[in-house]
Write a protein that binds this ligand. Structure first.
Ligand code: ZN
Length: 282
C-alpha cells in the first residue's frame, strides 16, 4: 500500500510540475501571443510588419517634427496672437480714407479762406474748378495747385452736360482744360459734371477723352443754406471709408457756412480715424 501511495504521490507531483512548467513556459513567450493577437494573424512576420512602421515613422518624425514645429510656430500666432492678428486686421480695416471736394471755384472770397483752413489742418482736398472762374482768378488756382490739392474739371460755364451736344460738351471740357493748363502746366483727368447730370452718352464721350467722371456720396447741401450743425450731423452720419463729401468754395453766399463747417468736420473725422485724401486715392 505504501509503495502504491508513493507511486500515486509521485504521479501527482509529476502532474503538478508539468502544469507549473506549462504555466511558466507560456508566460516566457508572451510577445508571440501578443503579437499574434495584435496582428490578428498567427503569421510570424506580422510583428515585424507591425514593428517596421515604427522606424519609418521615426524617419518620418523629422517631417512630423517639422510639421509639428510649423504647427507650433503657427499655433502661438493662432492662439495667443490671434488677438494681435485680429488687431492687425482691425487696424487695416480701420484705415479709413475720405475725400473733401469743393466745386465751383476758384473765387477771391471763400476759396482762399478754405485754403487757409486746409493748410492749417494739413488736409489735401480736391477742387473741381469752373473754367470761367479760373480765367478770372488764375492766381487762386495757382495756390490750389502749389499747396498740393487735386484739380478737376467742372466745365467752363457750368451747364448741365446732358443738355449739350457732343461739340458743346467738348468745348466745355477743352476750354476749361486749357485754362487749367495755362496755370498748372497739366490737364486734369477727372471731371465732375455740374449738378451731377450725367447719362451713358455723356459718360461714354468723356471716357473717349480719357476723362473719369467723379461724383460724390455725401452731400450736406451747403449751397442750400443748410445750418452748420445739420451739415455736421449729415456728414458724420454718412462718413465711411471711401466717402466723397461734396462742398462748394463759390457759388452762393451760403458758402460762408461751409467755411465755418470745414474745421469742425476735419477735427471730428480725424478723431474718428479718417485720413483725408484726394479723390484719386479713394
Ligand atoms: Zn457746380
Amino acid at each position: 500500500m505504501k509503495i502504491s501511495n508513493l507511486c500515486f504521490r509521485s504521479f501527482q507531483v509529476a502532474v503538478l510540475l508539468f502544469i507549473v512548467c506549462l504555466a511558466v513556459g507560456c508566460s516566457a513567450h508572451p510577445s508571440i501571443e501578443r503579437d499574434q493577437i495584435v496582428s490578428g494573424s498567427p503569421v510570424s512576420t506580422a510583428p515585424a510588419v507591425d514593428e517596421a512602421p515604427q522606424p519609418s515613422e521615426s524617419t518620418d518624425n523629422p517631417q512630423n517634427e517639422i510639421n509639428n514645429s510649423d504647427i507650433d510656430q503657427v499655433d502661438p500666432t493662432e492662439s495667443e496672437p490671434i488677438d494681435s492678428i485680429d488687431g492687425q486686421d482691425e487696424e487695416e480695416l480701420n484705415v479709413k480714407n475720405i475725400a473733401i471736394t469743393f466745386d465751383d471755384g476758384p473765387d477771391l472770397k471763400f476759396t482762399p479762406q478754405i485754403l487757409d483752413i486746409l493748410q492749417e489742418k494739413d488736409v489735401k482736398a480736391t477742387f473741381f474748378v469752373v473754367g470761367m472762374q479760373v480765367n478770372k482768378y488764375p492766381e487762386v488756382l495757382e495756390r490750389i495747385e502749389s499747396e498740393g490739392h487735386m484739380i478737376g474739371n467742372h466745365s467752363y460755364y457750368h451747364p448741365s452736360f446732358t443738355k449739350l451736344d457732343s461739340d458743346e460738351l467738348a468745348e466745355e471740357i477743352n476750354n476749361t482744360d486749357d485754362k487749367i493748363f495755362e496755370v498748372t502746366g497739366h490737364k486734369p483727368t477727372i471731371v465732375r459734371p455740374p449738378y451731377g447730370a450725367v447719362n451713358d452718352e455723356v459718360r461714354e464721350q468723356l471716357q473717349e477723352w480719357n476723362k473719369e467722371v467723379v461724383l460724390w456720396n455725401i452731400d450736406p447741401r451747403d449751397w442750400d443754406g443748410t445750418p452748420v450743425d445739420d451739415m455736421f450731423e449729415n456728414i458724420m452720419d454718412h462718413a465711411r471709408d471711401g466717402g466723397n463729401i461734396l462742398l462748394h468754395s463759390f457759388g452762393s453766399k451760403h458758402v460762408e457756412n461751409t467755411v465755418k463747417l470745414l474745421p469742425l468736420i476735419i477735427d471730428e473725422l480725424r478723431a474718428e480715424g479718417y485720413s483725408f485724401v484726394t479723390v484719386d486715392k479713394l
